[in-house]
Design a protein around this ligand. Structure first.
Ligand code: NAD
Length: 337
């Protein structure tokens, strides 16, 4: 029975992870530390907030005093909080460095002072940069090409150095592109689904040939949970096993699920540094920790589209209205991850 801090627990993946922790029934207390930026919403936590085991703290991971106070009262940290949208990082790189790098450092310093039992730092395949062929193992060099990925790579290295220099029991997870319910509609799948369901156009960057590995959020959370419980400190674990699709193929699947067709799709010039392909080898977590992805793309996408159909009233306004309850800023239609 442990007391666990989940940073960014009101965001997309973090909120799923909080629910998974509660369902596992062997956790004494879960404290969500979240600044509730435009990307974080308490609604993402659904009924989890009513659990007597859950505390919600609205606060910033850059707040040293707050972080110190919380960390000293907990056993483990699972760190999701981040600026997470690539397109924003072209315009607001400073915010990405502050939260993703300095924020991670602030948490690690507290973890060191208070001898935390486990610190799971949640990261991304994008730190490996584009892979024209083959796939990245945990030992592959980090070659990020965009400010978001560079800030995540930097935070991975800061986290691993805290293990090497001070013995902070850090594990790093790197997953491929997640999808599922509760993802902010600035990301491609919710953006396309909500637009298509409303009969609006979506835009495809370039010719839509960029390849991404699509992993259901519950599979990523399952992998992170294995790493929390059994991951070896100082180690990195790739979490993959989703389905590789070009953006054009993904669009085709979403059109079908949303009963729409290609005349709702417009092609626009490619964005800056849009990496052609990401690919990871996840043998290590499969063999060492028994990880197996469980959700097929067909089932996962169907569930996600249905969720958006059921919650259109919740998400559709967030694309347009700066004052909408679930988003504080406008999302240009061309934004995709
Ligand atoms: P998200 O943008 O949906 O959620 C981020 C959460 O962090 C939000 O709730 C936000 O309010 C909170 N936050 C932001 N800055 C904060 C700060 N300074 N202090 C406290 N809280 C803050 O992100 P997500 O998609 O859920 O991603 C979670 C983590 O997983 C990130 O670290 C991201 O890099 C990583 N990741 C995401 C994906 C993906 O496909 N979404 C893939 C691989 C890795």
């Amino acid at each position: 029975m442990e007391k666990i801090i989940v940073t960014g627990g009101a965001g997309f993946i973090g909120s799923h992870f909080v629910k998974l922790l509660l369902a596992s029934n062997d956790v004494a207390e879960v404290t969500v530390l979240d600044a509730l930026t435009y990307a974080g919403h308490k609604e993402n936590l659904d009924d989890a907030l009513t659990s007597p085991k859950v505390n919600f703290v609205r606060g910033n991971i850059l707040d040293e005093d707050l972080v110190d106070d919380l960390v000293q009262r907990h056993d483990a940290v699972v760190h999701f909080a981040a600026e997470s949208h690539v397109d924003r990082s072209f315009f607001e790189a400073g915010a990405f460095l502050a939260t993703n790098v300095v924020g991670t450092h602030t948490l690690l310093e507290a973890a060191k002072r208070h001898h935390i039992h486990k610190f799971v730092h949640v990261s991304t395949d994008e730190v490996y940069g584009p892979m024209a062929c083959g796939s990245a193992s945990e030992r592959s060099p980090l070659r990020p090409t965009v400010p978001y990925a560079a800030s995540k790579a930097c935070s991975d290295l800061i986290a691993l150095s805290a293990f090497a220099t001070d013995g902070v029991p850090v594990c790093v997870t790197r997953s491929s592109n997640n999808y599922g319910p509760h993802q902010h509609p600035e990301k491609i799948i919710p953006l396309f689904v909500t637009s298509l369901l409303k009969g609006e156009q979506v835009t495809l960057h370039g010719t839509g040939q960029h390849i991404r590995n699509w992993l259901h959020v519950e599979d990523n959370c399952q992998g992170i949970n294995l790493v929390l419980r059994r991951g070896i400190p100082g180690e990195v674990y790739n979490i993959g096993g989703g389905t590789d699709l070009t953006t054009r193929e993904l669009t085709g699947r979403l059109l079908e699920l949303c009963d729409a067709d290609w005349d709702q799709v417009a092609c626009i010039p490619d964005r800056k540094a849009n990496d052609v392909r990401y690919a990871m080898d996840f043998t290590k977590i499969a063999e060492d920790l028994g990880y197996r992805p469980r959700v097929s793309l067909a089932d996962g996408l169907a569930q996600t589209v249905q969720w958006h159909r059921d919650h259109l009233h919740l998400w559709a306004p967030a694309q347009r209205n700066p004052d909408a309850p679930l988003a504080e800023i406008n999302v240009p239609a061309s934004m995709e991850r």
